[in-house]
Design a protein around this ligand. Structure first.
Ligand SMILES: NC(=O)C1=CN([C@@H]2O[C@H](COP(=O)(O)OP(=O)(O)OC[C@H]3O[C@@H](n4cnc5c(N)ncnc54)[C@H](OP(=O)(O)O)[C@@H]3O)[C@@H](O)[C@H]2O)C=CC1
Ligand SMILES: O=C1O[C@H](COP(=O)(O)O)[C@@H](O)[C@H](O)[C@H]1O
Length: 503
């Protein structure tokens, strides 16, 4: 089905002069303009605290887009699509905690225009802005016009704050108006997970504890904390990546088939899995987790100072830059199957992947095959980034008179078949916001279920007073992370070996 063009809408961006807007939102909207999915009936109203007129914001974006070009040439993003969009960008300055800016927005929009409010602002402002939008009648929908609000991450900092934020938002607007973002859901391979499972009997037929031994979900990054010390030191790897990005991947792997691809059908199934995540006791949480923080050392040819020496990070910080967890989804399908999750910064490679390891065959009828040594289990590797694709590791017979088996990889990479171009991942999320499809956005109950599973780790670490284990920049993380999986007789999948190079 060819996607239809989005309806006329004004996108009101709170935080229009910020990093997210210039680096990810505007380039995504340029891409949508270029593809024709949004037309010249899209208007952007940027709002920020800096004084300025429409030309102020347009000029700032112009300048940023120019710098996106690595060689100083006019970047492809500054093409006709940008110039068409540019003329439809306006700006208003004001403080989001005061009423006058909302009155001005109300005057500008009127009561009959479609509007989507995008909160590209520090999380502390999510609740106050939604409240003020509602109080000023800006979230009032009519039969012919919609009003929606897109809320960035992080959504809360623990279970109780996430619940309080949901309650505050939902006492002002309907759940159908709320679009809680998780940018991982905009990634092509992540969206492909449901198709891979539910359009392929060869995969879905084997998708349970009868055939699967365990699941690994990894989001490894080479980048360090850099200039984000203030945000990161109050957050850490667990809060930053697990209840949102990694749990969304886990939910898509573990959910039951939805009855349809409607948003509610999908969100119901994802919600059920997240609610089935085992909520550990403090002792269980401590035993099933490892956290680390990078020390100083070389990374990518440069020398990196230790996390604790990063600007705006406390010298005695106990914040983790790496976390590994072992979790269970207590459902009929997944009973007894461990889900090993890990994520961290300053690691050896950028590598987001899901690895499904199948059970070993029960009996090997190959005369010269030493089962334990030569018949490895089948593995399905779903490479989310970089080099998006999927590979299946199987065993075949070595050609000739030998009856020996050898492992080989059946490999598909998106780039071999499709041009997925220079997208930011926000394209489909912004488009879905405009057309009113909430399938790729998180519902209140799922957010809270995610935090409920994460809370015991936060509590255990706060109680035991331990510090994260140091690891060398450019490594695979702390040694104890290997022990976490090895004590179960398993190994982490090697980081950073792209699909077609895997042995
Ligand atoms: N940047 C990224 O890559 C990502 C960001 N996010 C999320 O997006 C949101 C925005 O992040 P980011 O763009 O990086 O943050 P920035 O700090 O760069 O941008 C926030 C903007 O909001 C403005 N602002 C803050 N307080 C007020 C106020 N009271 N009144 C008016 N304007 C105000 C800031 O103005 P000023 O600078 O003048 O204070 C700034 O322009 C956050 O929730 C973040 O977690 C999520 C994923 C990725
Ligand atoms: O939300 C976040 O995600 C990024 C990783 O996203 P990716 O699309 O670059 O893989 C992470 O670096 C950041 O700390 C976190 O806040």
């Amino acid at each position: 089905m060819i996607p239809k063009k989005a309806p006329p809408v004004t996108l009101v961006i709170f935080g229009a002069t910020g990093d997210l807007t210039r680096r990810l939102l505007i380039p995504a909207i340029i891409n949508l303009t270029r593809s024709g999915l949004v037309g010249d009936d899209l208007a952007i109203l940027g709002v920020g605290i800096d004084e300025g007129d429409d030309e102020f914001l347009r000029g700032r974006l112009d300048e940023f887009l120019t710098h996106l070009s690595p060689d100083g040439e006019e970047p492809t993003r500054k093409d006709d699509a940008w110039f068409s969009l540019r003329s439809r960008i306006s700006y208003m300055s004001g403080d989001f905690t005061r009423d006058d800016i909302y009155q001005a927005i109300e005057t500008r929009l009127g009561s009959s225009a479609n509007a989507a409010f995008y909160l590209a602002v520090p999380p502390v402002l999510f609740g106050p802005i939604v409240e003020k939008l509602a109080v000023h009648g800006l979230m009032q929908e009519t039969e012919t016009c919609f009003r929606r609000v897109a809320i960035e991450k992080p959504f809360g900092t623990d279970l109780s704050s996430a619940k309080a934020l949901n309650a505050r938002i939902l006492s002002n607007v309907e759940e159908t108006q709320v679009y809680r973002l998780d940018h991982f859901l905009g990634k092509e391979t992540v969206q492909n997970l449901m198709t891979a499972r539910f359009a392929n009997m060869i995969i879905e037929g084997l998708w349970s504890n009868t055939y699967i031994d365990h699941v690994q979900i990894t989001a490894a990054e080479v980048v360090d904390v850099g200039s984000r010390g203030r945000f990161y030191d109050a957050t850490g790897a667990l809060r930053d990546m697990v209840p949102n990005h990694l749990f969304q991947l886990l939910a898509m792997i573990a959910m039951e088939p939805p009855n349809s691809f409607d948003a509610e059908a999908i969100r119901n199934e994802k919600g059920k899995v997240l609610k089935a995540l085992r909520v550990y006791s403090a002792e269980e949480a401590a035993a099933n987790s490892v956290r680390g923080a990078y020390g100083s050392g070389g990374l990518g040819g440069k020398s990196l100072s230790a996390y604790r020496d990063t600007k705006d990070v406390a010298p005695d910080s106990r914040t983790e830059t790496y976390v590994a967890l072992k979790l269970y989804a207590d459902t009929w399908r997944w009973a007894g199957v461990p889900f090993y999750l890990r994520t961290g910064k300053a690691l050896t490679a950028r590598d987001t992947e899901i690895v499904i390891t199948f059970n070993k065959v029960p009996f090997a009828q190959f005369r010269e095959t030493d089962v334990t040594r030569r018949l490895p289990p089948n593995r399905l590797v779903i490479q989310v980034q970089p080099d998006e694709g999927m590979s299946m590791e199987i065993s075949i017979k070595r050609p000739g008179q030998s009856v020996e088996t050898v492992p080989v990889t059946l490999d598909f990479r998106y780039s071999d078949r499709f041009d997925i171009g220079n997208t930011t991942g926000y394209e489909s999320l912004i488009y879905d916001l405009f057309i009113g499809d909430q399938a790729l956005f998180q519902r209140a109950d799922s957010i809270e279920a995610g935090w409920a599973a994460v809370q015991p780790f936060l509590d255990a670490w706060a109680e035991d007073g331990s510090v994260p284990e140091p690891y060398a920049p450019g490594s695979m993380g702390p040694a104890s992370a290997d022990d976490l999986i090895r004590k179960d007789g398993r190994e982490w999948h090697e980081l950073g070996v792209v699909l077609h190079q895997r042995k």
